[in-house]
Design a protein around this ligand. Structure first.
Ligand SMILES: [Zn+2]
Ligand SMILES: [Zn+2]
Length: 286
């Protein structure tokens, strides 16, 4: 019994670890670098991030950045690609966006106005050869997961049975990762915009301390809408694992803050100094 329990535990650990890796690439590369330009990344970090995004999410980075910039530009209006306000607002709207995060994203990637609006986001030859082929990325990602788990299964369970159990575990871990990643995005886009009143700073966006832990800092969503170019989302004691990763990359000279990022950081600092992000909801003016 022990070998099968060990394989079950390994499946959950691998699924969660892959999701964390995908979320680091999402928040650092797609969000804080590509969409908002708060940081500059060395080419090797950009290349590694593109490979991670390709094999773990099958998304096209420039499309993600287009949809996301549009979300900020059209924040909680009828044009916003995934605002809960367009589905009843508050908690009911948030639940709607939470469950339909994938379809809402896919729908907005098909809007030709987005590519037209953000002309700096263009495909290069690596996109044509590899990264625009999302289905190939999924095949590579799932194959690597199954092969790794098959080796582990052969070692822990033994024989061909171990290999078969390992391949099944690889498929399960991939499914776990896909669900976790999609729902984490849904939580940010849904509950991250679940305020029932628009605040002067941050609008309908919400800070979510618990979700911030599970989404490497993305949960500090009201901070982010208050100072969108800041590469730091959590302020003071608010834990922001994405910012810790960026600080580590800066320390290794693999990343640096841009002028825009530094201005964003000063804005976030100023908002907290002026208590603009700590106004209770019932005191907010709509
Ligand atoms: Zn938002
Ligand atoms: Zn953003």
């Amino acid at each position: 019994m022990f070998p099968f329990l060990a394989m079950g535990l390994a499946t959950v650990l691998v699924g969660v670890a892959v999701t964390q890796l995908a979320m680091f690439a999402t928040t650092v590369y797609l969000h804080r670098f590509l969409a908002h330009g708060g940081i500059e990344l060395r080419p090797e970090v950009r290349a590694a991030s593109r490979i991670v995004i390709w094999v773990t999410t099958a998304m096209k980075p420039r499309q993600w950045a287009q949809v996301h910039r549009y979300h900020h530009a059209a924040e909680d209006t009828t044009d916003d690609p995934h605002s809960p306000r367009n589905f009843g607002g508050g908690r009911p709207g948030a639940w709607h966006v939470f469950w339909r995060n994938g379809p809402l994203y896919t729908h907005s990637t098909r809007d030709p106005r987005l590519a037209e609006k953000y002309r700096d986001l263009v495909a290069d030859r690596w996109d044509h050869w590899f990264f625009d082929r999302g289905e190939l990325g999924v095949v590579v990602g799932v194959s690597v997961a199954c092969a790794t788990m098959a080796v582990l299964g052969h070692w822990i369970v033994g024989g061909w049975l171990g290999v078969v159990v390992g391949v099944a575990a690889g498929l399960l871990a991939s499914g776990l990762h896909a669900s976790y990643y999609l729902l984490a995005g849904g939580a940010i886009n849904g509950f991250g915009h679940a305020s029932t009143v628009a605040r002067r700073v941050g609008g309908y966006a919400m800070n979510m301390p618990v979700i911030a832990w599970f989404t490497v800092g993305e949960g500090w969503h009201r901070n982010h809408h208050g100072a969108e170019n800041s590469p730091r989302f959590g302020w003071g004691r608010q834990v922001d694992l994405g910012w810790i990763a960026i600080r580590g990359l800066c320390h290794l000279r693999l990343a640096r803050l841009t002028t825009r990022g530094e201005a964003g950081l000063r804005r976030l600092q100023g908002l907290y100094a002026g208590h603009a992000l700590t106004t209770p909801e019932h005191l907010a003016k709509s």
